[in-house]
Write a protein that binds this ligand. Structure first.
Ligand SMILES: *[C@@H]1O[C@H](CO)[C@@H](O)[C@H](O)[C@H]1NC(C)=O
Ligand SMILES: *[C@@H]1O[C@H](CO)[C@@H](O)[C@H](O)[C@H]1NC(C)=O
Ligand SMILES: *[C@@H]1O[C@H](CO)[C@@H](O)[C@H](O)[C@H]1NC(C)=O
Ligand SMILES: CC(=O)N[C@H]1CO[C@H](CO)[C@@H](O)[C@@H]1O
Length: 353
């Protein structure tokens, strides 16, 4: 498994520490862990003006739908041990990906992340021409001056659902869309939430796994099976010398104040600051371990880099739309843009340098 480490920056830190005779030089001996740290106020943030971004959907456009406490825009992720996350350089990103194709694949959290990248890039080159094609299941934005194509491919479970005589069958061993995905240069996957859905939100009537048709099964085990199928597909079908593959870790929701030490709270409406420090009281959800186990179980170790964004996002109970979205429903699952997904993409960028 290739957890993202930024050795170059650590090298700089270590050299500097040696030059100034600091005894704290060894924090980075094993590279920088960009996923351990805390949120600090930085008045040079956010990285773009959300009002000027033409891509944000009404689910994530918090300022447009009335959010007035705006401190959430000014936090920067500060990794521990003197490691720094390089500032996102959209122009450099587009230059690096000139003529290349990037795809986000997954549920609405992939959409959230996809739109964040588009806004980050547009904010960096506001004059650059782009085209936008939106279909029911996917969307493509092309930055024409650079020939960079960025696609959202909607797939809630990654594996297939097929309609058969019995009804909709979730096929945990089959991943047909992989044929389309593997043609891309950079792939960023995410899935989990829809594995937990019960009717009416549940997208299937039966589960097929290992040649058996079941009415239902343990959802964590269903997720493990689906993700193993995906990992097997990466191992056998993806040319990872050409295609860089990321798995975006589980994005946390904030509906249970007991998770962060406020048991009387049952949503994120009044949260205006992150959790201070580097520790989230409830610890990590179990699904994070499943993802790590599946990635460790791959035959090509390091073929997939884990964007391990769960904990840094857990700390951001202030980052969700809550009622500030077009639908006024309480959303403590997705994230305002500008906001937390910008950091996910900053780490993605850093790990590609
Ligand atoms: C953000 O963009 C909008 C629309 O282009 C503009 O009216 C506004 O002044 C900008 N805000 C900032 C803080 O730059
Ligand atoms: C976070 O904790 C640190 C150290 O305990 C403290 O100095 C700082 O003021 C705290 N920040 C906030 C926003 O509470
Ligand atoms: C490891 O991979 C194999 C083959 O895909 C699978 O059968 C097994 O369940 C996986 N183990 C875990 C712990 O996920
Ligand atoms: C990249 C991709 O899958 N694009 C598809 C998006 O959806 C349209 C309409 O269904 C297809 O024509 C594209 O091929």
């Amino acid at each position: 498994m290739g957890r993202v480490f930024i050795e170059k920056f650590c090298f700089v830190v270590v050299v500097l520490a040696v030059l100034i005779g600091s005894s704290e030089a060894n924090g980075c001996d094993f590279g920088c862990d960009l996923f351990e740290g805390s949120w600090v106020i930085d008045n040079t943030y956010p990285l773009y003006n959300s009002t000027a971004c033409p891509f944000i959907r009404k689910e994530f456009d918090c300022i447009k739908y009335g959010r007035t406490n705006l401190e959430y825009l000014q936090y920067r992720w500060q990794p521990n041990n003197g490691c720094n996350l390089p500032r996102f350089d959209g122009k450099d990103f587009l230059e690096r990906f000139k003529g290349k194709k990037i795809m986000y694949i997954g549920d609405s959290l992939s959409l959230n992340s996809f739109q964040s990248l588009l806004c980050l890039l547009h904010g960096a080159v506001p004059e650059a021409k782009f085209t936008q094609e939106i279909y029911r299941e996917n969307a493509t934005v092309t930055f024409l001056d650079y020939g960079v194509e960025i696609v959202l491919f909607h797939s809630n479970l990654l594996v297939d659902i097929e309609v058969e005589s019995v009804g909709r069958v979730l096929k945990l061993d089959s991943i047909k869309s992989g044929q389309i995905w593997k043609e891309f240069d950079l792939l960023i996957f995410n899935t989990w939430l829809w594995y937990t859905r019960r009717p009416p939100g549940q997208q299937w009537d039966f589960v097929e796994v290992g040649g058996k048709l079941l009415k239902d099964m343990n959802r964590v085990e269903a997720f493990r099976a689906g993700l193993n199928t995906w990992a097997g597909w990466v191992d056998t079908d993806v040319d990872t010398a050409k295609t860089k593959v990321f798995f975006q870790g589980t994005s946390p929701a904030h509906y249970h104040g007991s998770d962060w030490g406020e048991p009387a709270v049952n949503n994120c409406l009044n949260e205006i600051t992150p959790v201070n420090g580097s520790t989230y009281p409830s610890g990590l959800p179990i699904v994070v371990d499943i993802v790590k186990q599946v990635l460790n179980n791959m035959t090509k170790p390091g073929a997939v880099s884990l964007l391990d964004i769960t904990k840094l996002s857990q700390l951001r109970k202030d980052g969700h739309p809550s009622k500030y979205n077009r639908f006024k429903g309480m959303d403590c699952t997705h994230w305002c843009l500008a906001g937390v997904p910008d950091t996910w993409n900053q780490i993605l960028y850093a790990s590609l340098l």
